[in-house]
Design a protein around this ligand. Structure first.
Ligand code: NAI
Length: 329
């Protein structure tokens, strides 16, 4: 079988890191061929064309075809998977409203082009920031495509949280489970350790034994470290997260398509779960079953968690109201 994958912003940094992992089979496994459509704006076409030449030079056995275009209809034609990475970054002096408007001008038309051209079962993952609200705009513009097919990437935040948690406990990261991100992919996100497990067992006691005052550790160390990790990477590396973002994108899409054994996190459309207003694209603990994300229901939410979820969701509501008042949704 062959899967058609559209990557927007494919000439950018995350695009460059993503393309080779996809061509190597990291996304869909060693038996699934891929056809790549690289959608860029005219200024980015050269970089995308260069990446396409390098893909050719990789002689990847799974890669059937690569097409570079700046036309959205061509770019999304027959797409089974759409990775919306290209976005408008915040420029100097740009207010939040300007940023949302500029991205609305990208994600609205792309949502419409997906509805008109993509494969009927298309699955869309928005990486470009502000990811949750860009996904909301794209979903609102994609007549006839269920909102459940539009997701925002919060897996990088979860991966960061699991890595920090594993380091604190001195355990391998692969043994850490059930550490979901709630809310917005922003500084208000809430990485929730209250259900965390190590090797399938609850980790609360082990955590308390190591850090002592858990609420203080969450407030002063863990949550800020995870939520501000992007800024830390920029400070240390001199450039934003790229390979880790691409890797998390691979994790998100692979799990969505192939299913999960346990929980992970994704920005998905709310149906009112946990009091999150219906229609928002919010991060939740999710499982992927039969190619669909399902919110993990019935979790007990403590007082502190409730406050943090509400704060992040309030930010999503503000963003939604802003794009609504701009006529973008
Ligand atoms: P970049 O600036 O290197 O690349 C962005 C590319 O998108 C450029 O080549 C640009 O020409 C292209 N582009 C802009 N508008 C476009 C449009 N309308 N259609 C198609 N392509 C378009 O940026 P980078 O580092 O690759 O990051 C991409 C996005 O991912 C940024 O918005 C960044 O904030 C976001 N990001 C999200 C993360 C997450 O966890 N959700 C993590 C890290 C980054």
């Amino acid at each position: 079988m062959t899967t058609t994958i559209t990557i927007t912003g494919a000439g950018g940094q995350i695009g460059y890191a993503l393309l080779f992992r996809i061509a190597a089979g990291d996304l869909l496994g060693p038996d699934e061929k891929v056809r790549l459509r690289l959608l860029e704006i005219p200024q980015g076409i050269g970089a995308a064309e260069g990446a396409a030449l390098e893909l050719q030079d990789g002689a990847f056995g799974l890669l059937e075809h690569v097409e570079v275009t700046d036309d959205a209809a061509t770019g999304f034609d027959g797409a089974d998977l759409a990775l919306l990475v290209g976005a408008r970054p915040r420029g100097p002096g740009m207010e939040r409203g300007d940023l949302l408007a500029a991205n609305g001008g990208i994600f609205g038309p792309q949502g419409a082009a997906i509805a008109a051209n993509a494969a009927p079962g298309v699955r869309v993952t928005v990486v470009g920031n502000p990811a949750n609200t860009n996904a909301l705009i794209a979903a609102a513009s994609a007549d006839g495509v269920p909102a459940e097919r539009f997701t925002a990437l919060t897996r990088l935040d979860e991966n960061r949280a699991r890595a920090q948690f594993a380091q604190t406990l001195g355990v391998p990261v692969a043994t850490v489970g059930r550490l979901p991100i709630w809310g917005n992919h922003s500084a208000t996100q809430f990485p929730d350790v209250s259900h965390a497990t190590v090797a399938g067992e609850p980790a609360a006691e082990a955590l308390a034994a190591i850090v002592g005052d858990v609420p203080a550790w969450l407030d002063e160390t863990f949550i800020p470290r995870v939520a501000k990790r992007g800024a830390e990477i920029i400070r240390v590396r001199g450039s934003s997260s790229v390979a880790s973002a691409a890797s998390a994108t691979i994790d998100h899409v692979r799990d969505w398509v192939r299913g999960t054994e346990d929980w992970t996190s994704a920005g998905v459309v709310s149906h009112g779960e946990y009091g999150v207003p219906a229609g928002l694209i919010s991060s939740f603990p999710v499982r992927a079953v039969d190619g669909e994300w399902r919110v993990v229901e019935g979790l007990e939410i403590g007082e502190d968690a409730r406050r943090r979820i509400d704060a992040s969701v309030a930010e999503l509501v503000e963003e939604r109201d802003a794009v609504r008042s701009l006529g973008l949704i």
